[in-house]
Design a protein around this ligand. Structure first.
Ligand code: IVH
Length: 751
């Protein structure tokens, strides 16, 4: 035996075991996951070529475990294996060669290529077509029982086949898949966190894992998780020859299958595909950390067997590292348009998945403190998809004592105002709406592509126009004149002409687009559409907000004497806080209430006495509720968002800004959608499953005939329109006895 190889294997074992200890016990890794993977891979290759080097203390002999103390356990019917890794086309070729050597001469393989989803494994057991258990991978033999939680995940069928024309369910079927957040769902979860002034989640995979392992499945139910199924672990009565047919079978059963899987006749075909996947992965609806390549022939896979804990018949191709370590040189304070302060890391430039990274987000100062990141630290940064790179944490093992703590700023570096931290928020804010940086960021956002989309007005132009005092707010843009812009350096005739033309075009943008461009907290594309469905002009919104504000002030004045008593009892404090926030805490409860006065007395009982003018209070609240009703009853608009919208429109500065735009000719009226008929007037619809056209088209069809579409089935729903692979909404509809329509039924109704 080559002594050098023996020594190298021993060294790798020792190093890896040390890193495992640092990572798992000390919670203090000093290398990135990618660097760890590389060392692990090297050791495994060595052991594969020289099995006598494989020692019992080798980390390759370890089966990972993520078992939780709190959940019951489920024993898997067969080991839940993991996958070996390949990092290059050469690794893949070697993998094939090794496999071919183990097979009869003349064997050839065809393959299935699947995205490697960055989520967590689940194992689902169906007995006689009914989902009976769901378990995490755990240590590969025993997993955590997450059945109640998985039942809340809409893409998991509670019984199979999910639709009548699927194949008959076998007596027992155990399948495996991955639970994750789709990128847009994770974004939404974070938008909701932000709207509620709660911290953003950083890592989708960890959040999915935390959501799935909740003890209370009602919490899981609020998280929009998705599951894809990719394997049959065990079964009674299912005989399939190859992977590609397996995927078809699973799809026919009604499971959610990764739609991007592909069948290739040879490994070279797969290798040719690799470069396209590196760019393609950013366009996928979910995060992937590589590709899985599986030999198609199931008998061959069985014959090849297992090496350690990995089946030989499949492997994972990992994309190049998305994490790197580098030095934190400085922390720059960024102030956004809302005034939110984001600490940003200046880094020693480092090359990471194809680009040089010299800045990364540090999220907020709380997190810096929690992670104990210090100036001068070696930090681990991560880049995934197209998002801005962010700092995961410090490499504390690499400290030399010269690192210094990072102190949060006390004042805004641009306006000098003292920074504030709203109650319960993790971020600091510059409170001054006139802060030059906030103004710049708002204007930059206002003209940008996703907003008013003013061509030819990039950040530099915005900056130049602000510096020349030609614009100080969004409305000024619509008053720009050619002669004053021409005086600026770098602005020639043609450029100015084009710019003014784009500004002119922008004046006619739909009201919802203007609304989404104003930077109102929580009001993006979706919410602005909801608002313009209900409010037909900007003035409508202003008037409603002003009335609400006035009624709120009156209400607060009236209840003022009740809220002063110093209280310690929890029910008194709760009642007082409700009175303090009538728009959020009271009005939403009474939108459809009859006999508000009795209900309110009950709610406020702990602080009422015989002298309280409860009828007068109820009357004021009734008025407030009625006035706020058009906002409070928009489905998808929670009370906090309503609060933001009201505050924004009731603000004099914002009203003046909008009127100034209006005088310049900016459109302030919502487009009236011509109704085709009123045949569905007053009817509430829910759409579920896949239709022959995008769901938005079905929604538009219903609305064009006067119907309303909502997201969830309740007893108020009149019809559920069901397409292919419907989710649990269809089940709920049948439980509630709601009429179910096919797409054709719907079309017949409006004919
Ligand atoms: S196949 C024997 N297919 O990757 C079958 N796994 O590193 C082994 N994963 O623990 C799994 N996407 O959680 C397979 N399309 C896919 C996958 C996939 C993600 C995960 C799985 C596994 C890990 C292995």
């Amino acid at each position: 035996m080559d002594e050098a190889l023996t020594a190298r294997a021993a060294q790798l074992r020792e190093e890896l075991n040390h890193h495992i200890y640092r990572y798992n016990v000390l919670n203090d890794p000093i290398i990135t996951d990618a660097e760890y993977d590389r060392l692990f891979h090297e050791l495994r290759e060595l052991e594969q070529d020289h099995p006598e080097l494989r020692m019992p203390d080798s980390p390759t002999q370890r089966v990972g475990s993520d078992l939780s103390d709190d959940l019951p356990k489920v024993t898997h019917p067969a080991p839940i294996l993991s996958l070996s890794n390949a990092f290059s086309p050469e690794d893949l070729q070697r993998w094939e060669e090794r496999n071919l050597k183990l097979m009869a001469q003349g064997t050839t393989f065809d393959y299935v290529l699947e995205p490697k989803l960055d989520g967590l494994s689940v194992v689902l057991t169906y007995i006689d077509g009914v989902l009976v258990t769901a378990a995490t991978r755990g240590n590969g033999e025993v997993g955590d029982d997450v059945t109640a939680n998985i039942r809340t995940v809409k893409t998991v069928p509670l019984s199979i086949p999910s639709h009548a024309d699927g194949p008959e369910a076998p007596p027992r079927l155990v399948v495996r898949g991955e639970v994750l957040f789709l990128k847009e769902d994770f974004e939404r979860v974070n938008a909701e966190q932000e709207a509620a002034d709660l911290p953003r989640y950083v890592n989708a995979r960890n959040t999915a894992s935390g959501s799935l392992k909740q003890k209370d499945s009602r919490i899981t139910a609020q998280r929009p998780l998705t599951t894809y199924i990719y394997d049959i672990v065990d079964s009674d009565g299912v005989m399939l020859d190859n992977e590609w047919d397996t995927l078809d079978y699973l799809r026919d059963m009604g499971f959610n299958i990764i739609p991007h899987s592909q069948h290739y006749p040879t490994l070279s075909d797969i290798i040719q595909q690799l470069p396209t996947w590196e760019s393609r992965k950013n366009q996928l609806p979910f995060e992937i950390d590589g590709l899985v390549i599986k030999i198609n022939d199931i008998a061959a896979r069985r014959e090849l067997g297992i090496s350690g804990k990995d089946p030989r018949g499949a492997t994972a191709f990992k994309f190049p590292a998305e994490e790197a370590t580098t030095k934190l040189l400085d922390v720059v304070v960024n102030v956004g348009r809302t005034g939110k302060v984001t600490p940003t890391a200046s880094l020693d430039p480092v090359f990471l998945s194809g680009v040089t990274v010299s800045n990364a987000s540090l999220h907020n100062y709380d997190l810096i403190q929690q992670l104990d990141i210090r100036m001068g630290d070696q930090v681990i940064i991560k880049r995934s998809g197209e998002v801005i790179p962010y700092v995961i944490g410090p490499v504390t093992g690499a400290r030399n004592g010269t690192e210094t703590p990072i102190i949060p700023p006390e004042s805004c570096p641009f306006s000098g105002d003292v920074l504030v931290r709203p109650e319960g928020a993790v971020d600091l804010f510059c409170p001054n709406p006139r802060c030059e940086e906030r103004v710049f960021r708002s204007l930059e956002f206002f003209v940008s592509r996703g907003a008013m989309d003013i061509d030819g007005m990039g950040p530099e132009t915005v900056k130049a126009l602000i510096d020349a005092d030609l614009i100080t707010d969004e409305a000024d843009i619509f008053y720009l004149q050619a002669d004053s812009i021409l005086e600026l350096e770098g602005f020639a005739d043609k450029k100015v002409e084009n710019l003014l033309k784009s500004i002119e075009t922008a004046k006619g943008r739909p009201l919802s687009q203007l609304l989404a461009s104003l930077g109102i907290d929580g009001v993006g594309g979706v919410v602005s559409n909801l608002l313009t469905e209900r409010f037909h002009s900007m003035q409508d919104l202003i008037d409603t907000a002003k009335s609400i504000k006035q009624l709120e002030t009156d209400f607060l004045q009236l209840v003022d004497p009740l809220t002063h008593a110093k209280a310690t009892a929890a029910d008194v404090i709760r009642a007082q806080s409700r009175l303090h926030n009538p728009l959020i805490e009271l009005a939403p409860r009474y939108v459809d209430a009859s006999d508000l006065s009795t209900k309110l007395s009950r709610l406020l009982k702990p602080i009422l006495d015989a002298n309280t003018p409860i009828d007068a209070i109820a009357e004021k609240l009734q008025k407030l509720t009625e006035t706020a009703k058009p906002l409070l009853t928009i489905e998808g608009l929670g009370p906090i968002l309503v609060r933001n919208v009201v505050n924004w429109f009731a603000d004099d500065y914002h009203q003046d800004l909008l009127h100034k735009m209006e005088r310049a000719g900016v459109n302030m009226i919502a487009e009236q959608v011509e109704k085709e008929s009123t045949s569905l007037e007053g009817k509430k619809f829910v759409i579920t499953g896949t239709m022959s056209v995008p769901r938005g088209d079905i929604k538009a069809l219903i609305e064009a005939h006067g119907g309303k579409v909502s997201g969830s089935v309740s007893k108020n729903t009149d019809y559920v329109v069901v397409g292919d692979s419907p989710g649990s909404k269809a089940d709920k509809a049948s439980q509630l006895g709601v009429t179910i329509l096919s797409e054709d039924d719907l079309r017949a109704m409006v004919k």
